[in-house]
Design a protein around this ligand. Sequence first.
Ligand code: C2E
Ligand code: CA
Ligand code: CA
Length: 278
Amino acid sequence: AKQQGKDNFQLYAPEMNKKALEQLVLANHLYKALNRDEFLLHYQPQLNLKTGQIVALEALIRWQHPELGLVSPNQFIPLAEETGLIGAIGEWVLQAACTQNRAWQLAGLPPMRIAVNLSARQFQQKISKTIARVLAETGLDPSYLEVEITESIAMHDVNFTICVLQELQDMGVYIAMDDFGTGYSSLATLRRFPLHTLKVAREFVNDITTDQKDAAIIKSIVALGHGLELNVIAEGVETPEQLKFLHAVKCDGMQGYLFSKPLSANAVTQFCQQQSGS
Ligand code: C2E
Ligand code: CA
Ligand code: CA
């Protein structure tokens, strides 16, 4: 609509239209991005705090748009969800991540799991079949794949979640609860989910060395996780002080800029070779 004089000023919200238009343009670009091969994965190492070894790499999608540059997943994953493109994009991520991990294994890197984030829609659509097919196609052993789902995805339909997670666990795939602590899963529900790992949300890790309450929360999550025989990983670890605290409360693992930012596939290869001293 064109501007029809200043009387319409209240009705006309240019900044909203601009946002809507941007989303539309972005959705249109997103639609073409798969065929144009504009997505790539970066990988962030996850460290076992006891052994000091890299046990997993989290695959994080990046969109290299020819004009817009690097678009953050926080900008386009929600859009991909809304438009339904997440199905195809999510499957691309699974394929690419499993293929890469298989390639690293064949190249002789120490075995690590590859962790893939699943979105809500993806989780609702027969994800275990897709995962079984991708594993068969790529030849990756299921125990080297980990899926990350958030608490809110898991809590949406608890019985359905248990059913899907059980299928995945029966296949031998690892399962992590992402952003743990930000959702509202009850302890009674949590114990019904077949899980391996709790990933403590970054917002709790941030202030553990300055905020007594956040420190108490992390301590309790570690105790809770261990009580349920789960692995507990802290994400977003940025300082040596945070790391020290996590050691002290016997957190099992960590991921964060302190150890490494998300890396390109080539950088991972180099990083791992340095780590293992070859
Ligand atoms: P997430 O799953 O919680 O991933 C962790 C995010 O924290 C990543 O942001 C990572 O780069 C960032 N991060 C890691 N260490 C630190 C740190 O020490 N400090 C700070 N400040 N940040 C840190 P990224 O890559 O921008 O991804 C954002 C979100 O986008 C992810 O959050 C995840 O929800 C979503 N996402 C990324 N890749 C995929 C994907 O392939 N599929 C789906 N469905 N979602 C994805
Ligand atoms: Ca994640
Ligand atoms: Ca997370």
